[in-house]
Design a binder for this molecule. Structure first.
Ligand code: GAL
Length: 679
């Protein structure tokens, strides 16, 4: 077992029909009965029924409580819990508990723990404390999965499989010698020859040419300036290495069970720990863990972004599942504040509005002990007399009231934002012109403007079909391959509108600069190009002739067929274009060379909507969220009022949460959600 594990990824299977784990919209959470004595389990299921829980994720961290020492297993408690849930009509999303190896295994084989870039090996005590290239870990993990799947694979309560937990959360990168060997093998598959690799990585710089594969190591150490091409490939390798663990477990499960297999992603705004877009086709249903950040004033918009991104990666294989979110304070943020009254339901139903057919929480019952003892739960420490419990029960009722929405789709969007983790990884790393820029803020800036106007927008990965979109926004997509560049180039040429922001298309997929002026991949279609970057210093701002100003980033832009829409008015760029537009037949191509203020983004967005004719879902003030889900012969308008004021919105039909008919407008008291089956 000294050979490393290869991260070669087979092509994904053709999408198969999916049997959803429950009727209606699934409701529940992570269930960790192993933390509680038996008597509590009976109270648990009674209260689950009271709340309307229909699906629980079971056994996620239960490896050590089942396999108590090497090969010695006590299934009795799990057998009992499975029967108890089944007897109470609660479906099980059964987890392979491979996220947290048992302590006996970590003690016998400390070498399975991941090694950080500086050579430090993680000691036991955390989670996901394993290296995906380690064959000892793989052996023990698959041995346990085999036992688990053969025991419960045909049990009627097991309706879904949950592989590991948040793969990559805690062990995204391992720099050990086995990972190094795995990386080399992955590179050989990708490049075929060292000559090709040396060209792709530009190793002539600093004399880093590799003469043998053995000379290549992961980007270890603290010098902070590894070759950017090597860095990006190591990120890709690491994502594939983790995916190979998921696939190995899935292969074992599928020998014993016909239930669908998935794993919980961590999709939000910005670069993710692994490339979920490439993982998604290997899951029967895409599932997400989403936690709002207490200190984010626009956390509802970030949630919407994540929902739209989930839809983007589950294209054609809808619906998706919200595997985890919270009823209140998490415990891993700096200041873990409770949610505001009504926020639990608004958050949950916002995910449903954007395509989730299930909302689950971490976790069912709050833990008294352990690292997460102060994390919120469906049943909090204060029990059933708490506000959380009342809202959890109310949400269960609301999900039953809208059960008929299950199986419908979010109506097709006409706008899309293109995201790619490779761009995010590349942007946040190495000797960049501005080392503080991150992938995320610019994505959200454009999504926020559309969200405020109730315009639905898909957040799509690099290989998405862009044909159906009238507006395609490409924020800070630093790295772009030829195929994607060509598909984006086609958008204005077929009459659509393309908007590209600074730093997009500067590098090819090898992370090498595309020569000839920025943004290399899009220069021609934009009719504008930049020859120099002017990152602004801390506290510095540049003014624009629309009355706004920008921080952080500006560029010297030249027109080559485009016209200036907004220009710089200060500094050495004064008089030069900041925002440009080129008419391309019936289409248009926009370039935005700086991170605009929200009001300036709004002005550009208003023009984009006017020129594409994209309509708002409803006319309502910012902070009122509106999304429509459609079925063959019906449609549902989700309206979420995130503001402190009452609003009314045009809608005619039956409001399902209150059971009342509305016409021609529905009233949204502050903080409420309404779901109208439209007439
Ligand atoms: C998730 C994790 C859960 C729990 C939760 C707390 O990332 O999957 O097991 O730790 O965070 O917010």
């Amino acid at each position: 077992m000294t050979e490393f594990v290869r991260a070669s990824i087979p092509p994904p299977p053709a999408p198969a029909p999916l049997t959803w784990p429950t009727d209606g919209i699934s409701y529940g959470g992570d269930y960790n009965p192993e933390q509680w004595p038996r008597e509590v389990w009976h109270e648990d299921v009674r209260l689950m029924r009271e709340a309307g829980v229909s699906l629980v994720s079971l056994g996620i961290f239960a490896w050590g409580t089942v396999e108590t020492s090497d090969g010695v297993r006590d299934w009795s408690w799990l057998d009992e819990v499975v029967e108890l849930l089944h007897g109470n009509g609660i479906a099980i999303d059964l987890a392979t508990p491979t996220a947290a190896p048992p302590s006996w295994l970590l003690t016998a084989h400390p070498e399975i723990a991941p090694v950080l870039a500086d050579g430090y090996r993680e000691p036991p005590g955390g989670r996901n404390a394993w290296c995906p290239a380690n064959p000892v870990y793989r052996h023990y993990a698959l041995r346990h999965v085999e036992e688990l799947a053969s025991r419960y694979g045909r049990h009627p309560a097991v309706r879904l499989w949950h592989v590991g937990n948040e793969l990559g959360g805690g062990n995204m990168r391992c720099y050990c010698d086995l990972s190094a060997a795995g990386f080399r093998a992955w590179l050989e598959d990708r490049y075929g020859s060292l000559d090709a690799l040396n060209v792709a990585w530009g190793t002539a710089q600093w004399g880093h040419r590799f003469g043998t594969w053995e000379e290549i190591d992961p980007p270890r150490g603290r010098h902070g300036a590894p070759n950017p091409s090597m860095f990006l490939d190591f990120e890709r390798y690491s994502s594939d290495a983790l995916l190979s663990q998921y696939l190995a477990e899935k292969e074992v499960i599928e020998r014993h069970s016909d239930a669908p297999v998935t794993t919980n992603f961590m999709v939000g705004a910005g670069a993710q720990v692994v490339d979920y877009a490439s993982w998604a086709p290997h899951t029967a249903v895409v599932a997400n863990d989403h936690y709002t950040l207490v200190d984010d004033p626009y956390r509802e918009q970030e949630l919407a972004f994540a929902g739209d991104r989930m839809r983007g990666i589950s294209a054609g294989r809808r619906p998706w599942l919200l595997m985890e979110h919270s009823t209140g304070s998490p415990s891993w943020q700096q200041r873990n504040r409770a949610k505001d009254p009504g926020e639990i339901g608004r958050n949950a139903l916002a995910h449903v509005a954007r395509g989730a057919d299930g909302v689950l929480f971490f976790q069912w019952r709050a833990s008294r002990a352990g690292a997460e003892q102060f994390h919120s739960a469906m049943l909090p420490h204060s029990g059933t007399r708490s506000r959380i419990w009342r809202e959890v029960v109310e949400l269960g009722g609301h999900l039953r009231a809208i059960a008929e929405v299950a199986g419908t789709r979010v109506e097709p969007a006409r706008a899309a934002i293109v995201v790619d983790d490779a761009a995010g990884w590349a942007l946040g790393h190495g000797l960049k012109p501005h080392r503080g820029l991150r992938y995320g803020p610019e994505l959200r800036a454009w999504h926020r403007a559309l969200w405020d106007l109730q315009v639905l927008c898909d957040v799509v990965p690099r290989d998405a079909d862009l044909e159906g979109y009238d507006l395609v926004v490409v924020p800070t997509l630093l790295v772009v391959d030829e195929d994607l560049a060509a598909r984006l180039d086609a958008v204005p040429r077929r009459g659509g509108t393309l908007l590209v922001t600074y730093l997009s298309g500067a590098c090819d997929e090898r992370n090498q600069v595309i020569p000839g002026g920025f943004p290399g991949a899009f220069r021609e279609v934009l009719g504008a190009w930049a020859d120099e970057f002017y990152p602004l210093q801390v506290g510095e701002r540049a003014t624009l002739d629309d009355g706004s100003s920008v921080a952080d980033w500006t560029e010297r832009v030249h027109l080559d067929g485009a016209e200036a829409v907004v220009s710089y008015t200060s500094g050495s760029l004064a008089g030069g274009p900041a925002v440009t537009r080129r008419q391309v037949g019936r289409g248009a191509a926009w370039y935005v060379s700086a991170p605009l203020e929200p009001a300036a983004v709004d002005r550009v967005t208003a023009r984009l909507l006017a020129e594409t004719g994209i309509a708002r879902t409803v006319e309502a003030p910012p902070g009122v969220e509106a999304v429509r889900r459609v079925g063959d012969d019906r449609s549902y308008l989700f309206l979420l009022n995130h503001t402190g004021d009452e609003h009314t919105v045009a809608a005619t039909g039956t409001e399902l949460l209150t059971g009342t008919d509305v016409e021609p407008r529905v009233t949204l008291p502050p903080g409420t959600v309404r779901v109208v089956r439209e007439r």
